[in-house]
Design a binder for this molecule. Structure first.
Ligand code: NAD
Length: 379
């Protein structure tokens, strides 16, 4: 493919991704070296909310594509979780290991502030809560900072809890009984979310198969299994796709449901926290053809989002737990719609989210005094 054809391909993809976004902002601060892009996809439900990812993108196009795709995903995730936020995301172009500085995140905070409350952000891949302590000195539109700084703390706790609710809803549909015990689970990735899920399943006495590239977490879960009297089976990174289990739980990285892995699966369902698990959306049809029940990732992993969105009201643990529980009912609704209207679970989830957006958009039809334009001198 020639350079021209390649660049035309990228441009077509960019335009295709840009057809629905409200606003995209390029941020450049020469002093700190900050190069960031903020994308606001849809603010029907409220100000845009989405994490800020830092990666050494190989080109501006790659960064733009990523931020456009991720911010759109956030619109659906917020709608599915029924929180009063819209879809947004930010990316910083740079190597998180080398290019970060407190000043860079302060500069980023100033750009976020310039959006005047249209965009709220916090950590994502490559950024930490510590980075956002600096950003929060420049703007109030930061979420997910440590509790000592007024935030709600570790979001992997509600995320893992949400996965557990997802597993219960799925067991209910598969076996007519939501209990976690007496089932087998294959867990990929024992990080902040995956470890908590594995530990909970081990506590329930379920049989678990686990994999990770980090030997220390594998050792840790094995010891925990021994303490609890539950067998923990460690398998390799390749074997995890072939494990004969009831449910596969991807908690490491995206794209794990692809042309190669789908041929190997010997599972009944997939329920995990990893973002963008399907390598492409049509993969949902292939899972359905294979008789594998797929719990859409953006519903299963919305516990963390529920927690940061809750900061809008001042964090409250009981409220977060109660709201995270709704992942159970949301999934059941998606599974039922998928059966009754004969569509994939992904299509069913997307349609429910679109309906929620349309219903809310209708609310905006009547005039509110507080929305009167500032230039209106008769105020
Ligand atoms: P993490 O970085 O703490 O954990 C990821 C784990 O996967 C690590 O233990 C890592 O060693 C392991 N891993 C990496 N490559 C692997 C491989 N090839 N095979 C097996 N294991 C591998 O991340 P996390 O916070 O636990 O998140 C897990 C997933 O869930 C990510 O995809 C994340 O985007 C998604 N997610 C997390 C949250 C949250 O609140 N933390 C919220 C929504 C979605």
């Amino acid at each position: 493919m020639s350079l021209l054809e390649r660049s035309m391909g990228i441009q077509t993809e960019l335009y295709a991704n840009f057809t629905e976004h409200e606003q995209v902002v390029f941020c450049n601060d020469r002093q700190t070296g900050l190069k960031a892009i903020i994308a606001i996809h849809d603010t029907t439900l409220g100000p845009a909310l989405g994490g800020c990812r830092m990666r050494p993108y190989s080109s501006i196009e790659e960064a733009v594509n990523d931020v456009l795709r991720l911010s759109k995903g956030m619109t659906y995730k917020c709608a599915a979780a029924d929180v009063d936020f819209g879809g947004g995301k930010a990316v910083i172009i740079g190597d998180p290991a080398k290019d970060k500085s407190p000043e860079m995140f302060r500069a980023f905070g100033r750009f976020v502030d310039s959006l005047n409350g249209r965009f709220y952000t916090g950590t994502d891949m490559g950024t930490t809560m510590n980075d956002f302590i600096y950003a929060s000195k420049e703007t109030n539109c930061i979420v997910g900072v440590p509790e000592a700084y007024g935030g709600s703390g570790d979001s992997s706790i509600p995320t893992a809890q949400g996965v557990i609710y997802g597993l219960k809803a799925t067991n209910n549909v598969l076996f007519g009984d939501e209990t976690l015990t007496n089932r087998t689970y294959a867990i990929q990735g024992l990080g902040k979310v995956g470890y908590k899920v594995a530990e909970r399943l081990a506590m329930e006495g379920a049989e678990i198969y686990v994999t990770d590239i980090d030997e220390t977490v594998l050792q840790k879960i094995k010891e925990r299994g021994n303490e609890l009297g539950t067998k923990v089976n460690v398998v390799t990174n390749k074997e995890i796709y072939r494990v004969k289990a009831d449910i596969y739980i991807p908690c490491a990285f995206g794209g794990v449901i692809n042309d190669e892995t789908i041929e190997q699966f010997e599972i009944k369902a997939i329920v995990g926290s990893a973002n963008n698990q399907l390598s492409y959306e049509k993969m949902a049809e292939r899972l359905q053809e294979k008789g594998i029940l797929y719990a859409p990732d953006y519903i299963v992993n919305s516990g963390g989002l529920i927690q940061v969105a809750d900061e809008l009201y001042g964090p409250n643990k009981e409220r977060i737990i109660a709201k995270t529980k709704s992942i159970y009912t949301s999934l059941l609704e998606v599974f039922e719609k998928s059966v009754s209207e004969q569509m994939t679970t992904v299509e069913a989830a997307n349609r429910l989210c679109k309906k929620r957006l349309e219903d809310r958009a209708r609310l905006n039809r009547f005039f509110l005094q507080s929305r009167r334009p500032k230039w209106d001198i008769r105020r």
